[in-house]
Write a protein that binds this ligand. Structure first.
Ligand SMILES: Nc1ncnc2c1ncn2[C@@H]1O[C@H](COP(=O)(O)OP(=O)(O)OP(=O)(O)O)[C@@H](O)[C@H]1O
Ligand SMILES: [Mg+2]
Length: 464
């Protein structure tokens, strides 16, 4: 329901429109001239103006449209014309009319145009509010979040960003661990010094030590020069060890030593080198469980875990979904140079109810894809990918298994099933193994092991 102003110098037309629109539940006022319309617009707030194009003068409708725009009124204008030459319609649209109707028109037609115009207005209004939120206290560095859970994360970041204390960031894949690490740097007292990030899962174990601590010339075959390690490169700043759970036990010992002594020993060197580095680590694994299992050293775990920043999965903070959608829409609409108003109700609802196993990264990908596919400024469900709403568990029902006389090979059946699930996850993750692992709730290492075992070659590789 909206407030609509009908402008026409012909009384029968005014009355006809007023009756139709009132019947559809709108609040209607009328005016018989441009001057009368402007007086009304100055006095009351109106959502939509429907104006005849030709009244006392041939271009009165366009004149009203220009007045509305120059007064910076935010209502939509729909122009009605009996003299539909394409040019007048195009002129009206170019000057900012929302749409035009050609006389004679059907009641359904008016109602449909009005509904769309009202929906657009509501959307623009919501987006404005969301944008204000984004610009306000619901943002820290590039992190967005209005949910109490994210607000607590922001609070903790503010408390510790300028200390030296080691921070361990935990959370599922795509929850924003890297953004938090960067926020700790840009917001903190070391912002002017380097931020150096390394993915512990992406560097082969044999190279990791020299990567972290550097090496001297001749330390090993191929070490033709002295080389600084990441600790030295991050001097005075922040060293971010991503996927710390992938670090081998051997390197865990060396890292612990570096943290305790505040020195590093380059491979092949005799002397220790002092370091001043703030260490931030991240993992999507349950390190505590790894400690119990013996694959992660407890002393290093406690050394890293002085402050734990636990990022909640997106499904536990659905209040954040609308502002993240708005943020990604703006970004991708600008990048792709496409005029996008927003998501229609159905699409909004679909995303609001989805559980985002891939968290913010998945939402970001969904929006990028939708902006790319959208053929109108209003994104609809048809622009969204097929979203899994319930876990695909139905197919584990063994009712369909047939037993031939000589029996089945259980291991093979299970391997086939595992293969098809992993292949589906890979497909869903666009071939990125890390993402597929997250979708399956297994570690990257376990994913690699299974791919090897089953002889699956992912189509696109992610360099790790
Ligand atoms: N709170 C947030 N506000 C805005 N963008 C976010 C937020 N959280 C995550 N993102 C975006 O989502 C994507 C994934 O975030 P990020 O890489 O930090 O996740 P991650 O936890 O490190 O994931 P992974 O464990 O897979 O490495 C990035 O593009 C990031 O910009
Ligand atoms: Mg990450």
């Amino acid at each position: 329901m909206g407030a609509i102003l009908v402008v026409d110098d012909e009384r029968s037309m005014r009355e006809f429109l007023a009756i139709c629109l009132k019947r559809a539940g709108h609040a209607v006022t009328t005016a018989d001239s441009v001057a009368g319309a402007l007086t009304h617009l100055d006095a009351a707030s109106v959502d939509i103006v429907i104006t005849d194009l030709k009244m006392e003068h041939d271009d009165d409708g366009l004149r009203l449209l220009r007045e509305v725009r120059s007064r910076k009124l935010d209502n939509e204008v729909i122009v009605v014309t009996a003299y539909a030459t394409p040019e007048t319609a195009i002129t009206a649209m170019k000057q900012g009319a929302y749409d035009y109707l050609t006389k004679p028109f059907k009641v359904d037609e008016i109602n449909a145009v009005i509904e769309r115009a009202l929906e657009k207005r509501a959307l623009v209004h919501e987006n404005q509010q969301l944008r204000q939120q984004v610009e306000g206290r619901f943002q820290l560095a590039s992190l967005l979040g209005k949910s109490p859970r994210m607000q607590r994360v922001f609070e903790l970041i503010r408390k510790v960003h300028s200390t030296r204390t080691t921070v361990l960031i935990t959370g599922e894949s795509g929850t924003g661990k890297e953004l938090v690490a960067r926020a700790l740097h840009t917001e903190g007292s070391r912002a002017d010094a380097p931020f150096v990030a390394v993915n512990c899962g992406a560097i082969p174990d044999e190279l990791m030590e020299s990567e972290l601590f550097g090496h001297v010339k001749g330390a090993f075959t191929g070490a033709v020069n002295d080389k600084d390690g990441l600790f030295s490169r991050a001097h005075g700043g922040v060293l971010f060890l991503d996927e710390i759970g992938e670090l081998s036990l051997n390197l865990q010992v060396k890292l612990l030593r570096a943290l305790q002594e505040r020195t590093v020993k380059p491979v092949g060197a005799v002397e220790d080198v002092p370091i001043d580095v703030r260490l931030v680590a991240a993992t999507n694994r349950e390190l505590e469980a790894e400690v119990e299992r013996g694959s992660f050293r407890s002393d290093l775990y406690y050394r890293l875990n002085v402050i734990e920043l636990r990022l909640p999965p997106l499904r536990h903070r659905s209040e954040d979904v609308p502002m993240l959608i708005e943020h990604f829409l703006r970004r991708f609409a600008t990048e792709q140079g496409k005029p996008i108003d927003g998501l229609d109700r159905a699409a909004q609802k679909t995303l609001q109810e989805y559980d985002f196993p891939g968290n913010v990264r998945e939402l970001e990908n969904i929006i990028e894809r939708a902006v790319t596919l959208a053929e109108s400024p209003l994104i609809g469900v048809e622009d969204l990918p097929q979203l899994r709403t319930a876990p695909p568990m139905g197919s584990t029902d063994a009712g369909s298994v047939a037993f031939p006389d000589d029996g089945i090979d259980l291991d093979r059946v299970l391997a086939d099933y595992e293969r098809s699930i992993i292949e589906r996850a890979l497909e869903h993750a666009g071939g990125v193994r890390k993402k597929a692992a997250a979708l399956l709730g297994i570690t990257f290492r376990s994913m690699r092991y299974r791919l090897n075992k089953l002889g699956i070659e992912p189509e696109s590789q992610d360099g790790a």
